[in-house]
Write a protein that binds this ligand. Structure first.
Ligand code: AMP
Length: 422
């Protein structure tokens, strides 16, 4: 039996693993600047939490969740998104009782049983944030500016911010009626999914990749917004314009999840093909209440790390790592009784901040040199039986094809000197 990674999953390795690390580092730096704290929630939660938060009628809950029963008969699901677990944690730790304001970010894998394709996986990674307790348009602008900084810090500047308002519980029903009437007139060209959505969640039809081309003349939520939602929307746009934030209005933009209200947004990047959404988010003022808490507003987003890495590195993402050759030092052992000194040299080099590796005792020097080459070493320190008697080792500079015998004590300063010259 040959084992492979499950369909829709992959090993993050080489350049891609490095890219993820870099994305995480720059994200953490920017989150700190905006006052966010990290939270790491479990990768599985009670299945009911997702049903309640994400919505029974969404594709995620209906078709894509990995649901299982544990040995105690508990119904659990691998998290398909981050927000539900964070709202659960927010209430569980009673953060709503200490003023309600909380800014949290997360980085981690999510799981959805979608049909895998380029840029769409069953295990994928998200960087996300939730800002609780501030209902103002200023909070929305703050989140969008954070996103812009975060993407720029990750080297992604060629992005588009698409923004819309989907209203609130007061004005959305009016829009829903108008939309239903419109979609009814389009019955003939609706896909099977949209026909189903029509009865349960007609707004989602606007989001349908198959049918959206037919909906250019659909009623726009913007025209049905109530006074308060309209004012919120205007204020947000005013704030964004005042700081020259580049955005596009996207009157047909809705979100796949049920919990959004007012501001929704999506970020796209060129060169990603059909799956060009880098991230998305919006305001979800009723979710905390829906999950049993008080009436606390919130706004958040999630960025897809897999797509961020691919937008940044393109085809070179699958390439192997090319380390800076002179940064790696390989310690080779030649002869009896050299293991102990070799081991000490290795530890000294690592303590001094060098990337160092050691050959296996008993292997021929030739085999160790092949290993050093494959490991892309810049230097090899040969700890040989004869030289050791004189307290010396051989230092080989693999780039310059030079070698010299030196005192063990002078090893670090000699390597530094040679590095500076190269
Ligand atoms: P969502 O939680 O659906 O709003 O998605 C937010 C972002 O996560 C998307 O814009 C994508 O960048 C990323 N994403 C969502 N689903 C997947 C997936 N199956 N594979 C890879 N990335 C995904």
């Amino acid at each position: 039996m040959k084992y492979t990674a499950p369909r829709g999953t992959r090993d993050l390795k080489d350049r891609e693993a490095q890219a993820f690390q870099a994305l995480e580092e720059s994200a953490r730096r920017i989150f700190q600047r905006y006052g966010y704290e990290e939270i790491r929630t479990p990768v599985f939660e009670n299945v009911e939490l997702f049903k309640r938060a994400v919505g029974d009628t969404t594709d995620i809950v209906e078709k894509e969740m990995y649901v299982f029963e544990d040995r105690g008969g508990r119904k659990l699901a691998l998290r398909p998104e981050g927000t539900a677990g964070i709202v659960r944690a927010y209430l569980e730790h009673a953060w709503d009782k200490s003023g309600g304001i909380k800014k949290l970010f997360y980085i981690g894998p999510m799981f959805r049983a979608e049909r895998p394709q380029a840029g769409r996986y069953r295990e994928f990674w998200q960087i996300g944030a939730e800002f609780f307790g501030n209902p103002s348009a200023q909070a929305d602008a703050d989140v969008l500016l954070l996103l812009q900084d975060l993407l720029a810090a990750s080297g992604l500047t060629e992005v588009k911010f698409l923004i819309n308002s989907i209203g609130c519980a007061a004005c959305r029903p009016v829009f829903r009626e108008a939309l239903l009437k419109y979609l009814d007139s389009k019955q003939g060209c609706l896909c099977d999914d949209c026909k189903r959505r029509l009865a349960r969640n007609p707004l989602r039809c606007l989001d349908c990749k198959k049918d959206m081309a037919h909906f250019s003349d659909a009623p726009k939520m913007r025209d049905s917004l109530c006074g308060a939602c309209q004012a919120h929307d205007q204020e947000l746009k005013g704030l964004l314009t005042s700081v020259q934030f580049p955005y596009e209005e996207a009157p047909c933009l809705v979100r796949g999840l049920d919990y959004y209200s007012r501001t929704v947004f999506e970020i796209t990047a060129p060169g990603l093909g059909a799956q060009d959404a880098l991230g998305a988010g919006g305001r979800y003022d009723s979710l905390v209440k829906t999950l049993g808490g008080p009436d606390i507003p919130a706004i958040g987003f999630a960025l897809g790390m897999d797509r961020m890495a691919s937008a940044k590195y393109g085809d070179s993402l699958s390439a192997g790592i090319q380390p800076n050759a002179c940064s790696r030092i390989f310690v080779a052992l030649a002869g009896q009784g050299t293991g102990m000194t070799g081991f000490r040299v290795l530890q000294d080099l690592r303590k001094a901040g060098c990337t160092a590796e050691i050959g296996a005792p008993g292997k021929s020097l030739k085999a160790q040199m092949r290993w050093a080459d494959a490991w892309k070493a810049g230097f090899v320190v040969i700890v040989g039986e004869e030289e050791l008697k004189r307290g010396r080792v051989i230092l080989k500079n693999l780039q310059k094809h030079e070698q010299k015998e030196i005192e063990i004590e002078n090893l670090k300063s000699e390597i530094e000197e040679q590095r500076e010259k190269s």
